[in-house]
Design a protein around this ligand. Sequence first.
Ligand code: PMP
Length: 405
Amino acid sequence: MDIELIREEFPILKQKIYGNKQLVYLDNAATTQKPKCVIDSISNFYSVFNSNIHRGVHYLSEKATEIYENARLKVQQFINAKSRTEIVFTKGSTDALNLMAFSFGEAYIKEGDEVIVSEMEHHSNIVPWQLMCQRKKAVLKVIPFDDNGELILSELDKLISEKTKIVCVTYVSNTLGTVNPIETIISKAHSFGIPVLIDAAQAIQHTAIDVQKLDCDFLALSGHKIYAETGIGVLYAKEKYLDEMPPYQGGGDMIKTVSFSGSTWAELPLKFEAGTSNFVGAGSLHTALDYVDRIGLKNIQNHEAELLKYATQKLDEIGNITIYGRAKNKAAAISFNVDGAHHYDVGMILDKMGVAVRTGTHCTEPIMQHFGITGTVRASFALYNTFEEIDILAEAVIRAKKMLC
Ligand code: PMP
């Protein structure tokens, strides 16, 4: 991979901030920057094709529908789903997970049933399940992780019971960087006939995903984490579940017939896509996935693994830095604190030196509770980051440490 050529594709990375500081963008787990091809595809859509999808008989509407449905085919191919009908467009992972908690809950959960999540889930894979459990008087159970940030799978054996209806787990932790052994979790759950939902919000941009090979039953992802626009995401679900689950929202596009004596639902996947969909976002996702395919996920993964290794080494060399998450299998995020300093103060100083990191709980308060902390500084990497940028991060952390400790 020629990183300099890749960086040329991302106009935002060229800018200086605070007058003369080169922007060092290390907040990729929150959202990734967009290559020019994605930005151009959005502009081109509005310049040439803009029209609402599915409902029109005119030229523009047919073109817009074609772009939207081709994007669905691209996603299907990218994650190797069996059928296009298994790809539901959503606003993002959060929307996909809420859809799941509602519709799966309505179809399959009754009083006393149990749902298993993990202690390292993002709030969006906890709170929707809590809401559903409250509604249905069901019970939420939690797979703990150890101090390295690895799930304690022997605990999963103890949690599974005849009341367990679904296991929901993140592929990659946005805070700890842990890559979970989802193959093992899936086969274990399946051996008891329990379906598994994978939150792939932090995996899709770092790792090739084949849903048929994994045999996961559900998978959620966000476009903006993989170089596409915000406001577009995907719920993958096996067709048999989508058939049985009731719609999440009602409105236009998701119905076959409507009358006051009752309504019937559109064919899959439109049954789950009420209202005007984000067709521009879907087109941008298509372009972004083509872009990632051109670079090659394996190349991206190798580059990010080198960056992670280098960043871990640099931070360890500084001394008095605590890194949270030392799993054997990690992806491109590193959470840390400068001992004796508040994560927010460190983040502010880094920002003034041009380095964009995230501070706080990263929407994973249970992880903070596990370690007894209020937050961390998180640096997260993407295909365009460089070793020089990690040197700048390390220098900025040394400076912050001098100022604060
Ligand atoms: N799950 C994980 C692991 C995440 O990192 C995020 C985003 N930070 C989400 C879910 C939610 O994604 P979105 O905000 O795009 O809906």
